[in-house]
Design a protein around this ligand. Structure first.
Ligand code: BGC
Length: 458
């Protein structure tokens, strides 16, 4: 089952690292707006409606990009799809930096959103298909690590540029550097052996396997991949076939719980919570937010270390329990009107604990699982569907958060997120499989057998 005997060529780490630069861009380009928007608003004298448009252009682009690119990853290939996103990322960054007006800026941010939508699922897809199973969890989650690094780097860039003049153009423009590195890197990286086999390019697939240190078992791997294929052309109808539905349900369910448990509102609320806890100035609050980002990065590293050892499900249980508890406590802190010194620190502690818990569970595992559980023939399309759901729920939470806090209060809202975390634990228990150590072909075979996806890894 495990390919431990294979020589784990160092090159596979380099390949995963380069592809994961797409994750860095995902994190950077979503994070950078929080600082940049303050200056754009002043310079162009924007109303809140226009501010909202500038901010949400990326989210809208991401939903549309993920929705319309499902067939692209299956038809054009994983590598070419990432190359296209790298071009979009580069043009979008340069365009935003030089944008003469707000409509041009919105258009460029929308283009970046399209790139994020595609890259957010094609990068984990590419890495998962090119990795050997015993390190697949760690390598795919390198993408999530890069997302978290991108968020921290964007905070730091925003912070440093605020010390000087109002340099929002640089904030956007700097995103072009990783984008161009990704572009150059992907031009030289190989296509995944699995996609090559779907195109009948067997020799090329063998060549990639031997370049990535798996030459000895290449014939067997190709035979296993070929077994999962059929002669029919793939189409959207196939994605919804009854045997694939349990995997669709798991992917969309995990997308829902990743977003509906409030990750992005916590990231957004962190400075407020820190100010509320007595960190006097604005600058200190922003620095403390950088601290949240750093915890996110560090705990993602812990997840990478544990995913292929402990497995996906134990981490989901541990992390989501931590999320439920910390959200519950955060709700209590917001419920009290007069916080004593100790309670203020408890509020700060729960934000950090929440981020840490997310980072070892739903953060990386959503993106990892959707790269593992779908059959090869529909993988690109099915992943794009789960990704659209993720960005859709992200937008929905962002759009309803303020109304929720008005109706339920802040405490009530955090308690709602806590309750959803508990439902999420039950969801994982009832429906989510353990994919640790299985090849993608074994996972597919199990799904096809109709034995119940959840039973995999029992
Ligand atoms: C989520 C993003 C979130 C980020 C935080 C990602 O896995 O999809 O919505 O902002 O993690 O680290």
């Amino acid at each position: 089952m495990k390919d431990k005997g294979q020589d784990n060529n160092f090159i596979i780490y380099i390949i995963a690292f380069v592809a994961a630069l797409a994750g860095l861009l995902f994190g950077y380009d979503t994070g950078v707006i929080s600082g940049a928007i303050l200056f754009i608003k002043d310079q162009f004298n924007l109303t809140s409606v226009i501010v909202e448009r500038v901010v949400s252009a990326v989210l809208l682009g991401a939903v549309i990009g993920a929705a319309f690119s499902g067939a692209m990853a299956d038809k054009l290939g994983r590598r070419r799809s990432i190359v296209i996103t790298a071009v979009l990322f580069s043009l979008g960054a340069i365009g935003s930096a030089f944008a003469p007006s707000i409509p041009v800026l919105v258009l460029c941010r929308f283009a970046i959103g399209l790139a994020i939508g595609v890259a957010s699922y094609v990068a984990p897809l590419y890495i998962s298909e090119i990795s050997p199973p015993d390190v697949r969890g760690a390598l795919v989650s390198l993408n999530q690590l890069m997302i978290t690094c991108g968020i921290v780097v964007s905070y730091l860039v925003d912070y440093m540029l605020t010390l000087g003049q109002q340099e929002w153009r640089w904030m956007f423009g700097l995103g072009a550097i990783p984008a161009v590195i990704l572009l150059i890197g992907m031009i030289y990286l190989p296509e995944t052996p699995r996609w090559l086999v779907t195109q009948g390019l067997i020799d090329k697939a063998k060549n990639v396997l031997s370049r990535t240190g798996r030459g000895r078992n290449a014939d067997l791997e190709i035979e296993n991949i070929s077994k999962t294929m059929s002669d029919k052309k793939c189409c959207w109808k196939e994605v919804f076939e009854p045997w694939i539905r349990p995997a669709l349900f798991v992917g969309i369910g995990l997308a829902f719980f990743q977003q509906a448990t409030g990750i992005n509102t916590i990231i957004y609320y962190a400075p407020t919570i820190f100010e509320f806890a007595g960190f006097g100035t604005h600058r200190v609050a922003i620095l403390a937010t950088v601290g949240v980002g750093v915890v996110n990065v560090l705990m993602t590293l812990v997840a990478i270390w544990l995913l292929d050892k402990l497995g996906r499900k134990p981490l989901l249980y541990i992390g989501m329990t931590g999320m439920a508890l910390s959200l519950g406590v955060l709700g209590i802190a917001f419920h009290m009107t007069n916080l004593s010194g100790l309670l203020q620190w408890i509020a700060v502690g729960s934000v950090l604990f929440y981020i840490a818990s997310f980072a070892i569970s739903l953060g990386p595992i959503f993106w990892l699982m959707i790269a593992e559980i779908y059959p090869l023939r529909v993988r690109g399309r099915a992943m794009s569907l789960a990704t659209v759901a993720n960005w859709g729920f992200n937008m929905l939470v962002a759009a309803t958060f303020l109304t929720l806090t008005e109706k339920l209060g802040k405490a009530g809202t955090f308690w709602l997120f806590a309750a959803l975390s508990v439902v999420g634990i039950a969801f994982c228990y009832l429906f989510v499989p353990e994919t640790k150590g299985f090849t993608l072909e074994e996972i597919e075979e199990h799904l096809h057998s109709g034995k119940g996806l959840r039973k995999l890894g029992l």
